[in-house]
Design a protein around this ligand. Sequence first.
Ligand code: CS2
Length: 508
Amino acid sequence: MTRPRLNSLWLARARQAIDPTSGLALPHYRPDAHGAGIVHLGPGAFHRAHQAVYTDEVLARHGGDWRTTEISLRSTTVVDDLTAQDGLYTVLVRDGQTTRARVIGSVAAAIAASRNPQAAMAVLASPQTRVVTATVTEKAYGIDRATRQIQRDHPAIAHDLAHPDSPGGVIGLLLWAIRQRRAQGVAPFTVLCCDNLPSNGKLLQAGVCDMAQRQDPALASWISTQVPFPCSMVDRITPASTAQTLADAALATGCEDLAAVETEPFSMWVMEDNFSMGRPAWEDAGALMVDDVAPYEHMKLRMLNGAHSLLAYAGHVAGYHYVRDAMGDTHLAQAADRHMRAAAGTLQPLAGVDFDDYAAELHARFANPAIAHECWQIAMDGTEKLPQRILQAALDCVAAGGDIRPFAFVTAAWMRYCLGVTDAGNQYALRDPREAEIALAIQGHERDAQALCACLMALPGLFPDRLRESPAWCTTVSGYLHIMLAQGMRAALGGPNSPTSRLASRSD
Ligand code: CS2
């Protein structure tokens, strides 16, 4: 059966026709009565299930010209889907028992920068644009975490350095727009990075300033004082949409919706309240405005994302498809709990937050039977994710003389995952920006835990020296890796004769 496409005509009719008790929520405002004030870079599933929902809520409560113009840097599909639907799409919230459907109206338009760079640049330069948000994944920025400088060999950075007036990457586009606005006397927008990076706002600001420095040092120092880059922490588990997502969305609205997303009930957004041209009252939609995001960021990156990476690497190698399946394995679930406890041990206390309660909540979220989140999706881009999720926490743990085993275990699981084949012999693609370098490094060492550990630990810039130089760390990681290689992931994970309990327990 061909269904009509979800769009504004449908919405106008649905307002009259839909039974308010049907469970389908529609925007409590007329989307086209509101202009756009936000540009978002990277309209993937996460953004559609998170920031766009908060903004939708604010529009319903307070109105205002705060809809979002989406800019996709690479993909054109999401842009075509959103455009065909006048920006409307459905969010399915699955709690394990029920699925609630809600149509979101906060997206005003969508632009594919790769196809229409002028339109992307024009909307960024427009005085109407007051906030630019971004969820482009860790690897898309092209910033070296250690030096906080741009990576000149990153494809988008290299392109934008060579063509500053026709940029295509995040940093190049932001810099071009900031420069343009300054030259035209338009106030600078606020840049709100929403990726899972450490001190994400500060890091992005450092990257933009570094590129500016190479072109116009005066502009660089102006940016460092005049353009706000608040840090933020974002949280909502949002798997990639599947055919089931689209089928369920179609059932809820009666329309075809190729931009539908599915997510969990939990949602959290914490940000520093530093905006140059105003912002939507996101706090009225549940966001937390704080002076310093760092404690929230550390908690989320180390506990949620750290345990997620453990479940992804160990789970995928052991043969589990989804995180919820991995959580169904007692040993893996225990390993995740143990990891969260260890990660909590590296955190400063956070007023109003009990880390045990947070861990218990995370356990339930990971196990949500209605969320089909692939281990393989989370396992992607390990070299981009390990530092802030695992290695920084491990470093703090070593410094405090704590139990390094949980951090060593997940590091070994990542190393095992780098071999590209599960315990059952199924091959998979690594999907890491450094995968070629990894493949070259591990060649010939696939069966030798110590050598494998040494060559991966030697990847430039990945492991902090303090860890590489710690004999206890190296021995513990390679000890786990040895069991993973010799007996398989399940053996390493535990059981009555768990080899893990026999390994060194203290750091040096
Ligand atoms: C996940 C995150 O894919 C991943 O690496 O760990 O996307 C995670 O689901 C979100 O950060 C949850 O807020």
